[in-house]
Design a protein around this ligand. Structure first.
Ligand SMILES: Nc1ncnc2c1ncn2[C@@H]1O[C@H](COP(=O)(O)OP(=O)(O)OP(=O)(O)O)[C@@H](O)[C@H]1O
Length: 469
């Protein structure tokens, strides 16, 4: 479909036809991708004396087009119309944006195959409900700060106190699953909106794409863009979702540029750093890395304990520290799972009016604990323990009974019992076909020794932590 040429008032049909040809030639010269990225949004303005005006929606785009294509645009115009001596690139006024967007609506970009089918509900949603509501539980106060997240926390605080500060725009938060990225974004949003003066739009990248596609289908792209570009702070969660979604990336890129140019704040989260998000276009990655990039590391044992303590206290249910330590040892993957386990314990205690104990914890959470057990194998335990005491791996299953070998072997059996869901006979088989009573004996011997010998207990504890990662 040929592109519709949008003309500003005051331009003649001749000029419009000339502009259409200039565009076509430029498109042929630079290629489709470059054209769509940088040049498609140019809107024709009036010809006054020997100067033709062209409008672009943002300062960033205007500067880029001027730098990269300014001379060529001028040459092409001169070839088309000998009266044109100069091309003036200007940033478009808001009211003019409507004209530009109208063009986009008439010639929508082909919808990407990855797009989900838009339902009638999603179409009206796209019009009326731009952003997801903020979760009021996710505040700075309820965020527990420790070594792994203190930098990200400090950056988030800074943005909430002073949005669009130089060096902090965009704020790019990244880290593994369930480590608090969304929590921090909501905290920023809640803090900023509490005064009622700042408008914040928060949405997942998936929602962003969904709404963008719905807007194209319902011919309301203009409204969508205007809504997005009218907010003070735009937050997009889980940006990695846009990998491979080229059209949506492009739209996000333009929105991003428009907002940053207008001095608005952008906050983005992803599971990797901008440079590691291969699959996102280079120019987008470059721009994302231009502000502050803050990562949230995997939790440490200490942070897990602090989080559990804070959440247990907030629940009003008394949870013994032994149980909190047990959970912090067992569930190391992420905070979401840790929180889920604690919530289940608390719900159980409330429902049955029984105190939380180590035994009830093992019982109530047996499925979760079992799933975590599977992550450590007996072979890994044997390897780590042999390395620690500097014995041969083969001694884990050998018949040698010298204490220097037998003791580490007992520790490995003890850890196998603690960290995996294998039965005693299964463990015995892995240690040179020993009987299950030998494993039982090893477990009680190590427990006893740990109670008597603090240094030995520390060694075993250290091994356990290393194995649990
Ligand atoms: N430091 C923390 N203090 C208190 N709660 C936390 C902390 N970190 C994470 N949480 C809680 O863990 C849960 C998961 O966190 P969140 O949803 O923010 O993770 P995420 O990094 O955005 O994960 P995903 O990658 O899946 O989007 C939330 O309930 C959140 O409140």
């Amino acid at each position: 479909m040929p592109e519709t040429v949008a003309c500003m008032t005051g331009t003649s049909p001749d000029i419009a036809a000339q502009w259409a040809r200039v565009r076509e030639r430029l498109k042929a010269e630079v290629g489709d991708v470059e054209y769509r990225t940088w040049l498609k949004q140019i809107v024709l303005g009036p010809l006054e004396e020997d100067e033709i005006s062209l409008f672009l929606p943002t300062r960033f785009l205007r500067d880029w087009v001027r730098g990269q294509y300014g001379d060529r645009l001028q040459e092409l115009w001169r070839l088309e119309n000998r009266f044109v001596q100069r091309v003036e690139l200007q940033v478009q006024r808001v009211s003019d944006a409507a004209a530009a967007s109208a063009v986009a609506v008439e010639t929508p970009a082909p919808v990407e195959p990855e797009s989900p089918a838009a339902t009638p509900a999603s179409l009206s949603e796209a019009r009326h409900d731009l952003a997801a509501p903020l979760d009021t539980r996710f505040t700075f106060d309820s965020f527990v700060v420790g070594k792994p997240n203190e930098f990200a926390y400090a950056c988030a605080r800074r943005v909430a106190e002073k949005p669009s500060s130089p060096g902090f725009n965009p704020l790019f938060l990244y880290g593994g699953v369930g480590l608090g990225k969304t929590h921090l974004m909501h905290a920023i949003g809640s803090e900023l909106t509490s005064g009622g003066r700042v408008s914040v739009a928060y949405m997942s990248a998936e929602k962003f794409m969904y709404r963008f596609i719905a807007a194209i289908r319902s011919q309301s792209t203009m409204e969508f863009k205007e809504q997005l570009r009218s907010v003070d702070v735009l937050m997009i969660d889980d940006l990695q979702f846009l990998i491979g979604k080229d059209n949506t990336q492009e739209e996000f890129f333009h929105t991003f540029n428009a907002l940053v140019d207008a001095g608005r704040q952008i906050v983005v989260s992803a599971d990797k750093s901008p440079s590691d998000l291969s699959g996102l276009e280079d120019r987008l990655r470059t721009r994302l890395g231009c502000g502050m990039v803050a990562d949230i590391h995997a939790t440490t044992f200490e942070l897990r304990i602090s989080i559990l303590e804070a959440k247990a206290q907030a629940s009003g249910v008394s949870v013994p520290s032994k149980v909190l330590e047990f959970l912090a040892h067992k569930i190391t993957s992420n905070v979401r799972e840790l929180e889920g386990a604690l919530n289940r314990l608390i719900a159980h205690a409330n429902l049955f009016g029984r105190p939380v104990t180590l035994e009830s914890t093992q019982d109530v959470l047996h499925d979760i604990l079992k799933a975590h057990d599977r992550r450590v194998t007996i072979e890994e335990i044997q390897r780590k323990v042999s390395e620690h005491w500097n014995i041969r791996l083969t001694d884990m299953s050998s018949a040698r009974r010298a204490r220097a070998v037998a003791r580490p072997r007992q520790v490995a059996m003890y850890l196998a019992k603690q960290l995996t869901s294998r039965s005693l006979p299964e463990i015995g088989r892995k240690f040179g076909n020993r009987d299950h009573t030998t494993v039982m004996h090893a477990v009680s011997r190590v427990t006893e020794l740990m109670e008597r010998d603090a240094a030995f207990a520390e060694d075993v504890e250290l091994l356990r932590r290393m194995l649990e990662g």
